[in-house]
Design a protein around this ligand. Structure first.
Ligand code: ATP
Ligand code: MG
Length: 599
């Protein structure tokens, strides 16, 4: 299996081209894997790695995942799947602040929900970067011992000044030439809590004149007294992200480390660091390589954890899983489906140039998938009563109840039909009646004919109004020989066709009509009149949710949490995962049938 040539899968992109080439040239053939992450000695004792490539999705557990992360998940897990590889889920939890178990759980849920797994046979490739702190510390001492790192006593302000600018070289720190012994002593004292937060910092010794600012002796370890969710109070020094990340990749034998474009300038440091640690024998070749792709920017939402946290904490939304949020938990509650995200990521592709993707592309993908997979149901969202005055009553003066048959899916007859009961009093949409019709209105008008979908043709005979002139009840008479599906039913042609629900059978239910959370395509972009950055909160759509009481066909009472339906003529709706109780589901509008925002 290891020698088999993997065919190039469809949906190729520049990263797949790199993987193809690496596999062709056998770049990673000599890699070993001991069944768990570890240094060179640990992996050398293992077997040749059966996974042809190893990728990773490395979220920081400091918030919920959003739609941008979905792009990265499909990319990393998708590559592993298509190239007989393995993708690790790694919590990048080296920063002690802001990380919590709630976030860890929400992230594993989201990855599973998108259809991926980090299990590989007996092996679970779910890792926490904080478990590598011991190695990171050892790596830092090794850099010191080999003259590649020093402890700097400059203040943060001094360091900022000596770093130089884009056009000006930096200046060497006066502490740059400390001896190895002195550096080791100071670094150990930092570890042992003998120095105040921010007083000393460990830096690599590279080149203060490098045109790449990221190579001007970047800091790799800082003193920070903070409780860590995994390691508790064991450490009072923590590694910097740019130091930690390459090491995490190397310990996990990652082959292709894929990240977003803002890390492009870090790549030389990534390579420099791993080479130094390989020279010291702590890591072995072939080393992981970093590749960058353009992050997803989506109109009408914000994809930044910082802004999402603000929306949640300031209660602009009901929580991380508010159906209006672009978090994956919110999207799921909204009724978005994993397959729709797959279609979306395939459609937008992977590129090296930043761009904005129209939110409607995502909605179209959801519509496509939901259209295929959702059964049809009848819902009256803005009910008004329609009385069929000539409809038969039984001997007790109660309305006859008659079965009508509605197909569950117009394109899938194998899904059969369900019974919807017809009675004398029905709920219809308020907008389906016009006392004085406008041009081109083919629904209920006085003396007009219309078909009750799956039922009879009726003739409107008038309406009742309240003191304010609002229509309260519409009256009609039915034509007995016109029932849908019976011979001759279409002898009378009508232009309009309206949906309805029996008043005595209807399931009265809360329905939430969600709309976009932001009214601007690029929330917060641009400046105010006095030149300040605009606040993205000012672009919130004040009408992003409307809660209504709707009348639904009785079968919807049995819907289970997360069941999705197309409410005919209205759109796709899902039984809310959180607020639905067995027997009394509530529904969220996922997406309308057509885009209402297009101008
Ligand atoms: P944010 O900017 O929202 O805080 P982040 O990059 O800090 O996101 P991480 O938890 O570090 O969030 O992200 C995990 C992975 O997801 C990273 O590899 C990152 O590159 C990727 N990622 C984050 N946002 C996007 C996005 N908008 N498009 C594509 N990939 C993304
Ligand atoms: Mg990040």
């Amino acid at each position: 299996m290891a020698s088999e040539k993997t065919p190039t899968p469809l949906g190729s992109n520049f990263i797949r081209a790199i993987v193809d080439k690496d596999l062709e040239q056998g770049v990673y053939q000599s890699r070993k894997w001991a069944g768990s992450p570890g240094d060179a000695a640990h992996q050398a004792a293992g077997q040749p790695d059966a996974a042809k490539i190893r990728t990773r999705f490395p979220p920081e557990p400091n918030g919920y995942l959003h739609i941008g992360h979905a792009k990265s998940i499909f990319l990393n897990f998708g590559l592993a799947r298509d190239y007989a590889g393995v993708c690790h889920l790694r919590f990048d939890d080296t920063n002690p602040e802001k990380e919590s178990q709630e976030y860890v759980d929400s992230i594993t849920d989201a990855v599973k929900w998108l259809g991926f797994s980090w299990e590989n046979g007996q092996e679970s490739n779910l890792y926490f970067a904080s478990n590598y702190f011991d190695f990171m510390y050892r790596a830092a001492e090794s850099l010191i011992e080999n003259g590649h790192a020093y402890v700097d006593s400059q203040t943060p302000e001094e360091m900022r000044i000596t770093r130089g600018t884009l056009t000006e070289a930096g200046k060497n720190s006066p502490w740059r030439d400390r001896t190895v012994a002195e550096n080791l002593t100071l670094f150990r004292e930092m570890r042992d809590g003998k120095h105040a937060d921010g007083s000393l910092i460990l830096r690599t010794k590279i080149d203060m004149a490098s045109p790449n600012i990221n190579l001007r002796d970047p800091a790799i370890y800082r003193v920070r007294r903070a409780h860590h969710h995994n390691t508790g109070d064991k450490w009072c020094i923590y590694p910097m992200y740019t130091f930690a990340h390459p090491i995490e990749d190397a310990l996990e034998q990652i082959t292709h480390s894929i990240c977003t474009l803002e890390f492009e300038d870090q790549r030389p440091f990534y390579d420099w660091l791993l080479e130094r640690l390989a020279e010291a024998g702590l890591l072995a070749h072939p080393l992981p390589k970093q590749y960058e792709f353009a992050r997803l920017n989506l109109t009408y939402v914000v994809l930044s954890k910082r802004k999402l946290i603000q929306l949640v904490e300031e209660k602009h939304v009901s929580g991380w899983d508010d159906p209006r949020l672009p978090t994956l938990a919110g999207a799921r509650r909204r009724g978005y489906v994993a397959e729709g995200f797959k279609l979306f990521t395939d459609r937008i592709g992977v590129s090296k140039a930043d761009s904005w993707i129209e939110y409607t592309i995502l909605e179209d993908c959801m519509r496509e998938v939901l259209n295929e997979g959702s059964e049809r149901r009848i819902a009256v969202l803005d009910p008004i009563k329609l009385v069929i005055d000539n409809y038969p009553l039984d001997s007790n003066g109660k309305s006859q109840v008659e079965d009508c048959f509605a197909p569950n899916h117009p394109l899938k007859p194998e899904l059969g039909k369900r019974v919807v009961p017809l009675t004398r009093e029905l709920w219809i949409e308020r907008e389906d009646f016009m006392e004085v019709p406008s041009k081109g209105f083919f629904r209920l008008v006085p003396d007009g004919l219309v078909r009750l979908r799956y039922g009879y043709v009726v003739k409107c005979t008038g309406c009742e109004k309240d003191a304010n002139g609002n229509v309260t009840v519409v009256h009609c008479e039915y034509l007995p020989d016109t029932k849908s599906g019976t011979p001759g039913s279409d002898s009378i042609k009508v232009k309009g066709n309206i949906h309805w629900v029996s008043v005595t059978h209807a399931y009265e239910c809360e329905v939430r009509l969600y709309d976009r959370l932001f009214k601007e395509a690029h929330p917060g972009q641009g400046h105010t009149e006095d030149g300040r950055d605009r606040d993205f909160l000012t672009d919130l759509n004040p009408n992003s949710v409307t809660v209504i009481t709707a009348q639904l066909e009785p079968s919807l009472k049995d819907a289970k949490a997360e069941d999705s339906f197309q409410f005919e003529r209205h759109g796709y709706f899902v039984a809310d995962i959180k607020d639905s109780v067995a027997g009394t589901p509530v529904f969220n509008r996922t997406v309308t049938l057509r885009d209402a925002w297009q101008k």
